[in-house]
Design a protein around this ligand. Structure first.
Ligand SMILES: [Zn+2]
Length: 241
């Protein structure tokens, strides 16, 4: 009984803000300092009403307005630093191309991988996801999610990333994108890691990319459960094109 009481008291203290200062070196992870504790680092991880990832229920999506046009221009040879950032394998790119949405340019700044998809579609979690993080000149963020499923077809850019961790190389970010990049889900969400900042434009590609079992296993050797659980929609509408 004492144990149960102690546990529930500590659960009440969770994210109350009082013990955040006790951490000499605040850090977060997917284990002891996992998603339920991230509000220790940023209150919005718990209090935000427009958090990511989400489960996209396709029957509840609405058609995107015809005026909503995105242009992807990422077919470039980008200088790419491939790093293990402690939470994911991440590729920091210079001059990595851009996406233009309703006249606003968002430059690709990095892409990274989660060992299983964070976003779900109709409850289904995919085998891997790449998040391509873009930033506008005003600092607004836009993320393109590319889902992967285990299949026989090898993905060339995954090989380059896995082999190149810790090195600088040249990659073409467009190689990550599906052929049918004009079909996607769109919603407003957040970063899926602390500080969980909101007002992030999300585009989740509908066409699923393939990766071989050994590629997925190689990526998961770095991180196999670095995915945040899905978050409530809180009335948000997901648009579909
Ligand atoms: Zn991500």
């Amino acid at each position: 009984m004492k144990t149960i009481l102690a546990l529930s008291v500590s659960a009440l203290l969770l994210c109350a803000g009082a013990h955040a200062a006790e951490h000499h070196q605040p850090h977060w992870d997917y284990d002891a300092h996992g998603p339920a504790h991230w509000c220790d680092f940023s209150a919005i991880c718990k209090d935000g009403k427009a958090q990511s990832p989400i489960d996209i229920k396709t029957s509840e999506t609405v058609s995107i307005a015809p005026s909503h046009v995105i242009k992807l221009n990422e077919n470039v040879q980008a200088s790419s630093q491939i790093v293990d950032n402690g939470h994911a394998i991440q590729v920091n790119v210079e001059n990595g191309g851009k996406i233009t949405v309703e006249g606003v340019d968002y430059q690709l700044v990095q892409f990274h991988f989660h060992g299983k998809s964070e976003e779900k579609i109709d409850g289904k979690q995919y085998d891997l996801v790449a998040h391509m993080v873009h930033k506008s000149a005003f600092g607004n963020l836009l993320v393109v999610g590319v889902l992967f499923e285990e299949a026989k077809e090898r993905n060339a850019i995954l090989d380059a990333v896995i082999k190149g961790v810790g090195t600088k190389t040249v990659l073409n970010p467009a190689a990550l994108l599906p052929k049918e990049s004009g079909r996607y889900f769109h919603y407003m969400g957040s970063l899926t890691t602390p500080p969980c900042s909101e007002n992030v434009r999300w585009y989740v590609m509908k066409e699923i990319q393939s990766a071989t079992p050994d590629q997925i296993a190689a990526m998961r050797k770095f991180y196999d459960h670095n995915y945040r659980p899905v978050q409530p929609l809180n009335g948000r509408v997901v648009e579909s094109k």
